[in-house]
Design a protein around this ligand. Structure first.
Ligand code: T1G
Ligand code: NAD
Length: 650
C-alpha cells in the first residue's frame, strides 16, 4: 500500500510510502481522496497529519506518468479536497517537499517541519509549471516576490527561510511524529489559520513583474516554462485565485504535452540512469580520499579544483617549479573568483588550498587512491608519466588518463596491474563542465569502474561510459558536426547564417563562433596527423584559414575577425577571400533546414556509435551533447531529436 494510516487519540496519521521518493501516482491520489472523505465522516477523527515515509516528505507527482494522458483523480482536486476538509490536515515535513509534494502541503491548514526540510517547485526544470495550485497558494502564504523566485526561478527554501516566510508554522525536533501530534493537539484548541487559498494578498507594484520578466528571460535560455509560470502568477494576483487556478491548469496541461517537456523528462531520467549503470550496480567502490593530478595546465588545474571542491586532498605533479607555481596560482585564482561570486567563503578558499600539495616529480603520489594524468597530448609523454606512476603508486591505486583522442590502451602498454587503468575524459573548464566520459579498457576491473562512477557523483559530474574509438563519443560527433558545418560553407551557405541558425535552435554559440573560441588549430592538427598517416583527408575550409595564420580569437581572426580585447565576432572579408577557392556560389538556406541537416548528421554519427557499442544507449549520447557540447537542454539531444523526427514522420 502506498499510503498508510495510523490513529493516535483522534488524530489520523497518513503516511505516503511510495519508494524511492514518495512520488504521487494515481494510487496515491485515489487513496488520499478516499481518506479525506472518510475522515470527514468519522466522528472519532479530530485532525489529520500528512507525512512521508523515510528521509523525505514527497518529491512531487510521479514523472513517469507524464508520457501518458492525465489520469483521475487529478491532484489539484485532491489538494482542494484536503484544503476544504472538515477536519484540519497538518503536513509534517522531513526532507524534500517538492512540486506536487509542496502543493499537497499547501493544501493543509498548517505545516510543521524538522531542520532537514526544504521546499521547492522545480517544475520549470521539467518544462512545465506547478499544476496543483502551487502558483496560487504559495504567493498567498509567502508573498508574491518570494513566490516568483520559487515558482519561476527554481529557488529552494530551507527550513529557516520557510519559517521566516510563514510557510512553516512550527519547527520540531526528530522524532517527527510525536512532535507533530503534540503540536496538533495544542493547535486544535486555537483558531485555525485560514486555508492558503483564502489568505489575502495585496497587489504588488507593476515593477515587480517587469523586473522579474527581465531576470527570468535572461536565465531561461529560450525555455518557455519559466515565463509562462510568471504569467500564471500574475493572472492569479490580478484576476483572483479562481482565475489563476484555471489558467494554471490550462498552462500545465499544454506544457505537459509539449516537446520541450518531453525533452527535459528524457534528460531527467537519463541523468539518473547514467549515475547507476546496471552492470556495476552492487559493486562496492574503493575508498578515495586523496587524488593525484599529473600536469597542472588548463585541464589539470580544473580537475584539481573539482577534486578539492568535492573535499578530496590533492597531490598535483608538474614537471618544473614554474609549472607547479603556475598551477597553484591558477587554483588560487579559481577559488578567489568563486569567493567573489559569493559561492564560497575566504575560510573555504584557504581550506581548499590547504588540501593541495604541488610537487615537482612524483613525491606524494604513493599516498594517492587515484591519479589522473593531464599532460601534453603526446603518446610518448603520457607513457613516460605512467611508467613513473607504475613505479611510485600503490599497486591498488587507480590510474587514469585525460586524453582527448589517444587510444588509452596504447598509453597503458607495459603498465603493471593494467586492470586499475582507464580513460577519464573531463571537459574544459573541468571544474565547471558536468560531463565526464569514462573510457574503460578491456582490462579495467569492475570495482575500478564503480569507484570512478562514485568519484563522478562526488564531483557532481554526469558520467557517461564510452568505448574506445577516435574521439570517444563527444569529440567524434563534434568532428562530424564540424565537417558538415564546413560542408555547408562549401555549398555556399554563409558562416554567420549557420551560426545564427544554431543559436536560434538554442546553442549559446554557433559552430564557427565556438571554433574561433577554442582554436581552429586543434582540428587542423588532427587532420594533418591523419594525412601524415596517409589517410585521404580532403582540404577543409578551416585548413585554408589555419594555413593563412587564422587560428581564431587567439590570432585575432579565424572564421570571423576580432578587434583587440573584443571577443565579439565580426564578419571577415579577409576570411571570405581565403575561403573562396572552396566555397560554392552563395546559397540562402533557411535556418530550420540548416539545423535539420546538422541534427541529422549528429544523429547519424550517434547511430554509428551505438551500432559499434561505443555508447551504451542513445540517452547517453544525448547526455554527452547536453553536458559537454552545449546542446540546448530543452531540445533533449540529437538522438532525442531523431526519435521525435521519426515519430512525426510516422
Ligand atoms: N517521479 C518519479 N520518479 C522519481 C521522481 C518523481 N517525481 N523523483 C525521483 N524519481 C526517481 C528517480 O528517477 C530515481 O529512479 C529515484 O527516484 C531516485 O532519484 C503536480 C506536476 C527527490 C531530490 O521535479 O529532484 O510535481 O533511477 O536519483 O539524488 O505540480 O529525485 O532509481 O530508477 O534523483 O536522492 C516535481 C524530482 C515533479 C523532483 C532525490 N518534482 N526529483 O534526489 O535521488 S512535477 C521534481 C528530484 C510535479 C506538480 C508537478 C530528486 C530528489 P531510479 P534520484 P536523489
Ligand atoms: P596544457 O598544455 O594546458 O597543460 C599540460 C601541462 O602538463 C603543462 O602544465 C605541462 O607543464 C605539464 N606537463 C607536461 N609534461 C609533464 C610531465 N611529464 N610531468 C608533469 N607535468 C607535465 O594542456 P591541457 O589543455 O591541460 O591538456 C592536457 C590533456 O588534457 C591533453 O591530453 C588534452 O588532450 C586533454 N584535454 C584537453 C582539453 C582542453 O580543452 N584543453 C579537454 C579535454 C582533454
Amino acid at each position: 500500500m502506498t499510503v498508510n494510516i495510523d490513529i493516535d487519540g483522534g488524530i489520523a496519521i497518513v503516511t505516503i510510502a511510495n519508494p524511492p521518493v514518495n512520488a504521487i501516482n494515481a494510487a496515491v491520489r485515489e487513496r488520499l481522496l478516499t481518506l479525506a472523505q472518510a475522515f470527514d465522516k468519522d466522528p472519532a477523527i479530530r485532525a489529520v497529519i500528512l507525512t512521508g515515509a523515510g528521509a523525505l516528505f514527497v518529491a512531487g507527482a510521479d514523472i513517469t506518468e507524464f508520457d501518458r494522458p492525465v489520469e483521475p483523480p487529478f491532484l489539484p482536486d485532491v489538494v482542494a479536497r484536503i484544503e476544504r476538509a472538515a477536519k484540519p490536515w497538518v503536513a509534517a515535513i522531513r526532507g524534500a517537499a517538492l512540486g506536487g509534494g509542496l502543493e499537497l502541503a499547501l493544501g493543509c491548514r498548517m505545516r510543521i517541519a524538522t531542520g532537514t526540510a526544504r521546499f521547492a517547485l522545480p517544475e520549470v526544470n521539467l518544462g512545465i509549471i506547478p499544476g496543483s495550485g502551487g502558483t496560487q497558494r504559495l504567493p498567498r502564504v509567502i508573498g508574491i516576490a518570494e513566490a516568483i523566485r520559487v515558482v519561476a526561478e527554481n529557488h529552494t527554501l530551507d527550513a529557516a527561510e520557510a519559517v521566516r516566510l510563514g510557510l512553516v508554522d512550527a519547527m520540531v525536533e526528530e522524532p517527527l511524529l510525536p512532535g507533530a501530534i503534540a503540536f496538533v493537539r495544542v493547535a486544535l484548541d486555537k483558531a485555525l489559520p485560514l486555508p492558503s487559498l483564502d489568505r489575502p494578498l495585496s497587489e504588488p507594484a507593476q515593477e515587480i513583474w517587469t523586473e522579474a520578466e527581465q531576470r527570468i528571460a535572461s536565465h531561461a535560455k529560450g525555455a518557455s516554462a519559466p515565463l509562462q509560470a510568471l504569467e500564471v502568477l500574475k493572472c492569479g494576483i490580478e484576476q483572483g485565485a479562481a482565475a489563476g487556478l484555471a489558467r494554471e491548469r490550462a498552462t500545465f496541461l499544454s506544457l505537459r504535452g509539449s516537446e520541450e517537456a518531453a525533452a527535459l523528462r528524457h534528460l531527467f531520467f537519463a541523468e539518473r540512469a547514467a549515475m547507476r549503470p546496471a552492470d556495476i550496480r552492487g559493486t562496492a567502490p574503493r575508498p578515495v580520499d586523496t587524488a593525484g593530478v599529473v600536469g597542472g595546465g588548463t585541464m589539470g588545474s580544473g580537475i584539481a579544483a573539482a577534486l578539492l571542491n568535492a573535499g578530496l586532498s590533492v597531490v598535483l605533479v608538474e614537471q618544473d617549479a614554474a609549472g607547479a607555481s603556475r598551477a597553484r596560482e591558477t587554483l588560487a585564482s579559481l577559488f578567489e573568483a568563486s569567493q567573489r561570486r559569493g559561492q564560497i567563503t575566504g575560510e573555504e578558499v584557504a581550506e581548499r588550498l590547504g588540501r593541495l600539495e604541488t610537487n615537482i616529480g612524483y613525491g606524494g603520489v604513493e599516498r594517492c587512491d587515484v591519479v589522473i594524468e593531464a599532460v601534453f597530448e603526446e603518446l610518448a609523454v603520457k607513457r613516460a608519466v605512467f611508467s613513473e606512476l607504475g613505479r611510485f603508486c600503490r599497486p591498488d591505486a587507480i590510474l587514469a588518463t585525460n586524453t582527448s583522442y589517444i587510444d588509452p590502451r596504447l598509453i597503458a602498454e607495459g603498465l603493471p596491474e593494467p586492470e586499475r587503468f582507464l580513460g577519464l575524459h573531463f571537459f574544459s573548464p573541468a571544474h565547471v563542465m558536468k560531463l565526464l566520459e569514462i573510457v574503460p579498457t578491456p582490462e579495467t576491473a569492475p570495482d575500478v569502474l564503480a569507484t570512478v562512477f562514485e568519484i563522478a557523483r562526488r564531483l557532481g559530474k554526469i558520467p557517461v561510459r564510452a568505448g574506445i574509438c577516435d574521439g570517444f563519443i563527444g569529440n567524434r560527433i563534434l568532428r562530424r558536426f564540424r565537417t558538415e558545418a564546413e560542408a555547408l560553407v562549401r555549398d555556399g551557405v554563409g558562416i554567420a547564417a549557420i551560426d545564427a541558425a544554431m543559436r536560434g535552435f538554442g546553442f549559446a554559440m554557433g559552430p564557427f563562433e565556438m571554433q574561433d573560441m577554442a582554436g581552429l588549430d586543434i582540428a587542423f592538427l588532427h587532420r594533418e596527423a591523419a594525412r601524415k598517416r596517409g589517410e585521404p583527408v580532403p582540404d577543409m575550409p578551416g585548413d585554408l584559414l589555419v594555413r593563412a595564420g587564422r587560428k581564431g580569437q587567439k590570432t585575432g581572426g579565424g572564421w570571423y575577425d576580432y578587434a583587440p580585447g573584443d571577443r565579439r565576432p565580426q564578419p571577415s572579408a579577409k576570411a571570405e577571400r581565403i575561403l573562396a577557392p572552396l566555397m560554392g556560389p552563395r546559397t540562402d538556406m533557411a535556418g530550420e533546414v540548416i539545423v535539420a541537416r546538422l541534427m541529422a548528421t549528429m544523429a547519424q554519427e550517434g547511430q554509428a556509435i551505438l551500432a559499434e557499442g561505443i555508447a551504451a544507449s542513445a540517452a547517453d549520447i544525448d547526455l554527452v551533447e547536453v553536458h559537454g557540447y552545449g546542446f540546448p537542454r530543452r531540445r533533449g539531444g540529437p538522438m532525442f531529436q531523431l526519435g521525435r523526427a521519426d515519430a512525426n514522420r510516422v
